[in-house]
Design a protein around this ligand. Sequence first.
Ligand code: UDX
Length: 458
Amino acid sequence: MYKIAVAGTGYVGLVAGVCFAEVGHKVTCVDIDEMKVEKMKKGVSPIYESELEELMQKNYKAGKIDYTTDFKTAYRDADAIFIGVGTPEQPDGSANLSYIATVARQIAESITKDCLVVVKSTVPVGTNDKVEQFIHDFLVNDVRVEVASNPEFLAQGSAVHDTLNAERIIIGTESEWAKNLLTKIYEPFQLPIVSVNRRSAEMIKYASNDFLALKISYMNDIANLCELVGADIQDVAKGMGYDKRIGGKFLNAGIGYGGSCFPKDTKALEYLARQNGYELKTVKAAIDVNKDQKTMLYKKASKRLITFNGLKVAVLGLTFKPNTDDLREAASLENVPLLLEQGADIYAYDPVGAENFARLYPQGKNGNGHITYVSNIETALEDANVCFIFTEWGQVKAITPEIYKNLMRTPLVYDGRNIYHVEEMQDQDVEYYSIGRKPTNRDQDKELKNLELQIARS
Ligand code: UDX
C-alpha cells in the first residue's frame, strides 16, 4: 500500500484517485475548488461517470480516499503524486501548461521525503523533462524527486471500467528507482505494463489518440465517397474490420469526432511537428476532414430545404457522444448556431447535456431563431419539419421509424450517427439522410401531398 496524492479532480485525476483507492492504496485528491471538495466528501461526483460515485462513497467510508484543498499536507509525505490537471488547447493549437507548472511548484515547496511525481495529463513530448527541472529549481527540502510519464487512455462514459481494465499501462521513466516504484503501484491492477523512456511515453499518448482520430476521419472520408459512388459505409467497415491488421473498432463513420481528447491532441501534435520544422500531413488531414464532417448534414439539409426560417427543427442529442454530459467539440455546437442564424425554431433533446447546452444557448429567443429544451423526444418531433440526430443516445435509438412518420409534419431526418437501417426508414416513407449510405428514395407524390397538407394547415 502506498500513500498517493492526486492533483486535480477532473476526469483523469478523480478517476485515477478512486481506482488507486479501490486497489488498496491510500489516496488524497487535491483540488483548488472548496465547494467541489465538500461535495466529493459527501460522495457527489463533479463529473457524470458511471460507477464513479459508488466507488467514491465506498472508498471514502473505508478511509481509503479523502479530498482536500490543503495541498501542502497532501503532498508532504506522499510516496507518489499523480498530476491530472488540464492542459487546455491554446488558440495556436499548443497546450497550456500553466496548471501543471503551478502544481509542480506546490510539490517542490511541500514535499519532505523522496517522492515520485507522475504526470498523467497529456503533455507535449519533452514537457516532463522540464517539469522535473522546474521542481528541482524550487525544491525546498533535500529529497529525491523524479518525474515519470504515465498517460491514461480512458474514454468518457466508461472511465472507471477503462482504468480498472486498461489494455495496457504505459510508464515512462528515466531511472530504475522510478520504474520500480511505479510498477509496484500498478501491481495490484494486474494489467500489462509497457515500460519505456519518458519521451516515448509522452509520444505514445498522442500517437494513439491521433491514430484513432485518423481512423475515424479516414472512414468519414471514405463514407463521403461511398455516397457518391453508391457504396454503403457500414458494409465497407464490416468488410474491413475482419482484417485483424485493421481491427473492427473505431470504424464508425458519423458526424465527426468531438470530446476533450481527439480534437485537442491532433492539433497539439500537429503544432509540435510544426515547431520542429516538420509537417505532419496525416494528422493534418484528419483535422481537415473532421472540420468539414461536422456540418456535412447541415449543408445537405440547407440544399434540400431552401431555408430554415420558421421551421420547427428537432435536434436529438447535444453531447459529443452518449453517456456523458460533455459538450466539448460536439457537432451540436457547430450546427445549432447555424440553424439559429437561419431563424430555425429548435426543439432540442438531450437526456444529460441539455442543461450545459442551455448555459450557452438559453431557452427562448436566440439570435434570429428560437430554442426550446424538451425532456422527451416525442415533443421535439411533434409537427417538426426536420430532425437532426447528433448523438446516438439509447433514448434516441429507441425511437422507431414509425414515430418519425407519425409525429413529424414532414418526416425528414438527417442522422449523423447512422442509427437506422435505410430500408426501415424507406418502409415508413421517412425521407432519411445519413452518413456514407444512400438516402431513402423520395416519394414525390407523397411529398406533394404533404406540401398541400402543410399549406392547408397554415
Ligand atoms: C478518447 C479515447 O478513446 C481515449 O482513449 C482517450 O484517452 C481520450 O479520447 P473519448 O473522447 O472519451 O475518449 O471518447 P471516444 O469514445 O473515443 O469518442 C471520441 C469521439 O469519436 C466521439 O465524438 C465519438 O462519437 C467519435 N467516434 C468514435 C466516431 O465518430 N466513430 C467511431 O468509430 C468512434
